[in-house]
Design a protein around this ligand. Sequence first.
Ligand code: FMN
Length: 434
Amino acid sequence: MSARRKLHIGMSLAPTWLSGDAWRRPDSNIEGLFSSDFYLDIARRSEAAHLDFVFCPDTLFLRTEVLEKGPGFSSLDPTMLLASIARETSRVGLLTTISTTFLPPYVVARQLQSLHWLSNGRAGWNIVTALAGHENFGLSAMPSAEERYERAAEFTEVVRLLWQSYPEEALMMDRANGRFADAALVRPIDHSGSHLKVKGPLNLPTYARAPIPLIQAGASPEGRNFAASVADAVFASTPDREAAIDLRRDLRRRAEGHGRSPDAINLMPGLSLYLAESRAEAFELFAETHTRADKARAFATIREMTGLDLSDWPLECKVTTAELPPPPEHPRSRTHADLLRRLIERDSPTVEELLWRPEVIGSAHWQVIGTIDDAFEAIRDWVEAGAIDGFIAVPGGSVSSLRLVFEALVPRLAEAGLFRTSYSGTTFADHLGE
Ligand SMILES: Cc1cc2nc3c(=O)[nH]c(=O)nc-3n(C[C@H](O)[C@H](O)[C@H](O)COP(=O)(O)O)c2cc1C
């Protein structure tokens, strides 16, 4: 990262700070989970801190097996939620997640372009190929990752063509001559490919003042290649610095291979932050959050991702490469399966250590458990090592962890010249382009 470029920072609107047992704290405001005010407060704080964007991940299925203990994947539709936030904010980017596996591209192109108009150029699309949920869309099985990425590439191309099919300059609104639009400039896309058939044009003009940034999540070779061809940023799981350095280098190289500038693609890992005044308090927060963590589920996760059943192993026993069976052919996410395998190959952790690792209990995100100083130093270290272009904050453990990000960590990064002190543009693309 060049000395003059600032970090890009996004804030999760998925209430990660209420995960584990944290939602049971008196100040969690869990009752507000399905109200827009709950999220609006965070979006306003994000804007006051000049963050690049707020971010909603999404799935299209409910994890009933975890619902007794916490919200699981219960959530509002992210694009509708962000539309309600659009009216109440004016600068912060609004990053929604929409899968390319289940929905028709015409609907997706229209939803995103609508959010872009409603927010005056602040919509962004986190493109995912999804982890599960095929039963909700009439599919008998989840398509393979390869097939999902093939469809994702075609889907994204169709969405972009639809966005161009009704250019804003076609709008005339010429009262005197009674011409609303120059219809000759509005063209069908006549797309017919291996996965999709769409005629177009879209029934909504393009908001031409700024493009809609594309963000991608999924780091298998196909995922990286897809991201390198179109994405402005990658939302990544990189539990350690070397994983981030390798991924960033690889994405930049692949972007060049697609004829793009390596600086066109920003690596933004999730950063799980358990923050408190002292390290001891932060570790307590982390432990409290995970005390009721379901061991059976952690063992099931390890089995699904590595093929290894550790449920009757003594906790102090080391897990080494020699124990690893060949990787399962179709894990839900190859990114997460590869990261867990990598951890075992590199560190030979004990079973007990594995059960607390972000690769098993979290989403394999980079994790800081400590003080503001600890978080600041970790971020500075990763920046100086060329590991990141920014991060997406996923605060953990409590509402106070979330507050400390806004009230102490981001101001500290700004003071050190690592982050902006004011917005210079008004659109999401402006912020990412700085
Ligand atoms: C950091 C990260 C975040 C993801 N977020 C979502 C999400 O919000 N919704 C979803 O359906 N899938 C999500 N995915 C799944 C990916 O879109 C993808 O389907 C999956 O990782 C398989 O791709 P891979 O083989 O490249 O890992 C995420 C994956 C990663 C690595």
